[in-house]
Design a protein around this ligand. Structure first.
Ligand code: GTP
Ligand code: MG
Length: 136
């Protein structure tokens, strides 16, 4: 088995899509083993997005992630890292495939940051690192 860290970003929480995201995750067969709504700190976001520091979208991304509560979850199941990223769809919501969370529920809103609803870890190493950031 495997585990991953999922964030339901402030746009999805504000739009009332927390349940819809969790429904899709559970409907595919993954198990939610931890779940918490919280206001992210700048320290958590600096650690979570360290790989993007210095990129033009970094500060808008951090500001967006601070703009309201997020929901952090740990999900478990065989190949859940790949499986959740497949459920989420590609990064850009306008062109993410229909059938995915971003493709069905997201779009562009004319802002610098891509409000793309969810985050999922991209490797077992990043999953363990990110679980430490969000669940201590
Ligand atoms: P996450 O699951 O959030 O990590 O998304 P991802 O893995 O699909 O994207 P990535 O890790 O490359 O980027 C993290 C976040 O930064 C994305 O989810 C977007 O919100 C934002 N982002 C990434 N690339 C761009 C970009 O080229 N332009 C803008 N404006 N935002 C970006
Ligand atoms: Mg990423």
């Amino acid at each position: 088995t495997e585990r991953t860290l999922i964030l339901i970003k402030p746009d999805a929480v504000a739009r009332g899509l927390t349940g819809e995201v969790l429904r899709r995750l559970e409907a595919k067969g993954y198990r939610i083993t931890a779940l918490q709504q919280l206001q992210a700190s700048t320290e958590q976001l600096a650690a979570h997005y360290a790989e993007h520091e210095g990129k033009p979208f970094y500060q808008p991304l951090v500001d967006f992630m601070l703009s309201g509560p997020v929901v952090a979850a740990i999900a478990e199941g065989d190949r859940v890292i790949e499986g959740f990223r497949s459920l989420a769809g590609s990064t850009e919501p306008t062109t993410a495939a229909p059938g995915t969370i971003r493709g069905d529920l997201g779009r562009d809103w004319g802002e610098k940051v891509q409000k793309n609803l969810v985050h999922g870890s991209d490797s077992p190493e990043s999953a363990e690192h990110e679980i430490g950031i969000w669940f201590g």
